[in-house]
Design a protein around this ligand. Sequence first.
Ligand code: MOS
Length: 760
Amino acid sequence: MAEKMSGAPVIGRHQYLEDAGGQKIQGQPAASKPEPAPEPGPAEYRLIGRATPRIDGRKIVTGQAKYTQDVKLDGLLVGRILRSPHACAEVISIDLSQAASLSGVLAALPLAEGKVRYAGEQVAAVAATDEKTAETAIGLIKVDYKVLPAVVDWEKAKEPGAPQVRDGKPNVEKFNEAARGDIEKGFQDADILLERTYRTNFEIHHPTETHSSVACWDGDQLVVYDSTQAVHRVRDGLAEALKIPAARVTVIKNYMGGGFGSKLGLNEHTVVAARLAKAAGRPVKVVLSRRENSLCVGYRPSSFQTYKGGVRKDGRLTALSLVNYASGGIDFGDDVSEPAAELYACPHFKAEEFSIFTNTGASRATRAPGHTQGMFGLESFMDELAAAVGMDPLEFRRKNYSFKSKGNTGLPYSTKGLDKCYEAGARAIGWERRNKTPGEGSGNVRRGIGMASSLWYVFGARGTLADVVLYPDMSVEVICGTQDLGTGTRTHMAVVLAETLGLEPGDIAVKIGNSDYPWAPGSGGSTTTPSVAPAVRDAGLKALARLKQVAARKLEAKLEDIVMDRRQFTVKGAAGKSVAFADAYKELRRETVFHGENPGFPQDQYAFNTFGAHFAEVEVDLDSGKVRVVKYVAAHDSGQILNRQTAESQVIGAVTQGLSAGLFEERVLDSTTGHVVNANLRDYKIATSLDIPDITTIFVDVTDPRLNNLGAKGLGEPPRIPSSVAIANAVYNAIGVHVREIPMTPKRVLEALRRKEAGS
Ligand code: MOS
């Protein structure tokens, strides 16, 4: 687990594991043989699984939805943060006197103690009556730095004699190793051996809405409006950082414009807002600029993955080894080895991973951390192995895909959805149209089709709570301390409860985004739906059971004969006998709140996962090196889909993000100063609507009742995982040479073409 480097109360990248009450399964087969999986089929629902428009869609598109940046409070001040211009320096002194005495400045605080370790680290902060005054005050702060040697480039940081980033610790540290079988024997068993290196670069989250926090004290009670993925964790983090009881902190998040991991926990500027507000005696709003968004709230760490694999002539994998160098600045990089460890049934496996520390901001969990980088390496390599053994890449995967158990645990998979994804996706893209020989054809624009697999965990957080409240006028409310990242959480909660109580989604009032509400996990790791929806279902079923009891008594019928039918209860086989929902409700008197809980699933018996297969068709211009994606198919097994409309939105968004990372996105640092030189959305390239192809989304509809009371899994991250590499493999099919690094900029594509000409 990554340790904290900057002294900031920033969370580790896999903290959602903790929230989910679980841990990554590490090769411990179940003690007793678990039940064989029932063949799951689609359940019969009236609303669940259909396309339901967002219940708050109108509010969002008409600008009525309130985001943190929209919060207005009496006497609200503007908070600004001064950041280090040096990649490494000793802060000798901070003189705030001039800034503090400027008219309109109500608070000025030093933030840095001792060393700053990256350009962009916080040094001091001010709160003022308006933006201009705050800016001016920042300019009046005098900091005396002793500049120290720094290393910014990870390849240089690896070299002996490089400036040491961490006190008393080397720049290179092994942080993961895993093995099964005997890798050397696996290499000996192979007919063909291949070794390849793949590289992924630094991708910044760049949510539409930059980070922001508004802090407001009422005596010793703190209320913070925060653009966050985790209201409860921010509450607990603030309590710890400010040394106040958590019971005196409330964190509110109404609407937000994305986070992708960069808002999955307490951020430094949120603590700053609270401290400034305390010092000024007035509420303070801190909104990070797009530039700050590029400096200090994380990014996806890079990877440099060398795979060595052995295959037999028949296409069976005998050995797979991986050495990865990951760079996450002053923090650890991501573990990328899980796809290689888990996806294919390869008897001999070995992985070693090293983090390389540099004087750059800390990396942060980024939509499917580790798996995204790892899948780029693994699925590129699988394509190269398939070519080496002369097999169709899809057939090669089918041959090696482990249908029976999770690669290293012996635990059975929850569903067998990957084969269905392969089949449905291949049909939809027209897999048979691809070049039989990669790069075949003529002309300066070549077409190709490629594919890749997806694998991600399922976290259903044990102990997630939801309350259903029934009102005398028959209206219904559901309350849960979860949050909507923009994924449609309110709508799926309404769908599940409406389904359960025989109502319509619009009938349900949904209250979320407040740490005073019943506990739910942080929204990371694709946990929200499989955590929250079962709790809502549970509460709804409890309310329904109670209402049915009352109806049975009133109708003098047996409980099992009571049928709920749109706001009334009837008796099976007794036409005309009915009692209205409202009349049953009145009998409940003050018993109006029903508590639902997600019990979690038996992690020691089953290795639940989500699966997917993506297929891309591309055009590559051989003269310019430009890649255009022309068609895309994403097939997913994410269990029971709750709302097809928002589920499709998730897939389309993730494919777009993967396309963007695969072709355009890369943080560029000045290798001397450590400054981010493309700290804006003009120079940091993100895909635009013109780059986005026709995207077909397929859900293969496999549900597993052992998972939870809905068979629901998550979908936020799974479609992000294979999207860059499906495109890379399509590029290979088009031009006959692999581009082994993302983003696949025109320069890198042309370099690959030259490598092909040179025959290497
Ligand atoms: Mo995500 S990277 O689990 O917020």
